[in-house]
Design a protein around this ligand. Structure first.
Ligand code: NDP
Length: 339
């Protein structure tokens, strides 16, 4: 079978392309320009013409994917801006929402062979404000971020703007399916991961250009996260290789159709990253901060996710936290980090 992967040059997407090729798929990778596809062609050269590129310059244009969807059975839509530095919220919201709806419209019109569209959503489309301790599941929606961005516009926080973009994009996808019942011959799955970490294989010329999530691991190792408040900020995480496998499983498991699926390995605090890095022997770098060793072991996590749907439908083998940190450290070292 052939799969279209949008944003194929991204941190997560290159792993998705790799896992698809390994699983026997042919892949059409959509990127914004020929030059953004060169690295993909290079690292997957062994797959020959099982990997082809499609140039989609502007994903927000109507019909942007009209050609790219033709002749594929599967679409993996990962393209979406992921950063916290947008001033105008539309910088994130327009490509997130229109990118999603234009893929779906193109599949409806020209993707008669497409059976399923897997969409990379996020846990930020799920969670919301809470008090005490909470377990969110797939019935929850982050409407709060949308309301806040509507009220505050550019003055809303960068992270909130990103949350709103992912929430609106995923809602647009489900609304599309709803409005086109009986008129489309494919279903959709959304994958909703928390922080994605682990070694990058996309084009990365220097560690300054590390993607938004993995740069947080480097900031922890390098001591940029220095205060107790920084190091004991809680979160949930999943390895990039686990999420890539989830995108393949979501395509292959019939029962996954029509579901949003939280794909999370577990909770962590940044201190946990330091503890694993400091236990590596011989020490990979001279100056890894110590922080408060072991603080994560007794940390009272309050923000939890129900991952039973993922376990039931996708049956993934999760890359463990220790391996994610060890592999990340090895990757930083290989790219010349030496402090
Ligand atoms: P990257 O920034 O590495 O990849 C983003 C991809 O989207 C790139 O291919 C990028 O293309 C493309 N893209 C971004 N903006 C546009 C635009 N305006 N028009 C066309 N293409 C665009 O990020 P990740 O790999 O981390 O993110 C991939 C997906 O995973 C996103 O949907 C993100 O929201 C989601 N996600 C990520 C998490 C994480 O922790 N990393 C957690 C949960 C969800 P280009 O290189 O040309 O800019």
């Amino acid at each position: 079978a052939k799969a279209l992967v949008t944003g194929a040059n991204g941190y997560l997407a290159v792993w998705v392309v790799r896992r698809l090729l390994e699983a026997g798929y042919s892949v059409r990778g959509a990127v914004r320009s020929e030059s953004k596809g060169a690295h993909l062609k290079k690292i997957f050269a062994a797959y020959g013409d099982k990997l082809e590129l499609a140039i989609v310059e502007d994903i927000t244009k109507d019909g942007a994917f009209d050609e790219a969807v033709q002749g594929v059975e599967l679409v993996e839509h990962t393209a979406s801006p992921f950063h916290f530095a947008a001033n105008d919220p539309d910088e994130l919201i327009i490509p997130a929402v229109r990118g999603t709806t234009s893929v779906l419209e193109s599949v409806k019109k020209y993707g008669s062979s497409v059976k399923r569209v897997v969409i990379t959503s996020s846990i930020v489309a799920v969670f919301g404000p809470y008090t005490g301790s909470v377990v969110f599941d797939e019935s929850n929606w982050n409407d709060h971020s949308v309301i806040e961005v509507r009220e505050k516009g550019a003055a809303a926080g960068g992270y909130t703007k990103y949350q709103a973009s992912k929430t609106l994009a995923e809602k647009a996808a489900w609304a599309f399916v709803d409005q086109n019942k009986g008129r489309i011959s494919f279903d959709i799955v959304t994958i909703n991961p928390p922080w994605i970490f682990g070694p990058p294989i996309h084009e990365l010329n220097s560690l300054d250009q590390l993607n938004t999530s993995q740069s947080e691991i480097l900031d922890t190792i390098s001591g940029k996260k220095a205060t107790k408040a920084d190091l004991e900020q809680e979160g949930s995480w999943v390895d990039v290789r686990t999420v890539a496998a989830a995108h393949v499983a979501a395509a292959q498991k019939a029962e996954a159709g029509g579901q949003r699926i939280i794909t999370s390995t577990g909770t962590f605090i940044w201190q946990d990253v330091l503890d694993v890095a400091n236990a590596i022997s011989p020490a990979p770098f001279k100056n890894i901060p110590k922080g408060s060793p072991g603080a994560g072991k007794t940390f009272p996590h309050t923000l939890l996710y129900d991952t039973s749907r993922e376990a039931r439908l996708l049956g993934l083998t999760h890359v463990p936290f220790e391996q994610m940190v060890v592999d990340s450290v090895a990757d930083f070292k290989a790219r010349g980090y030496s402090q």
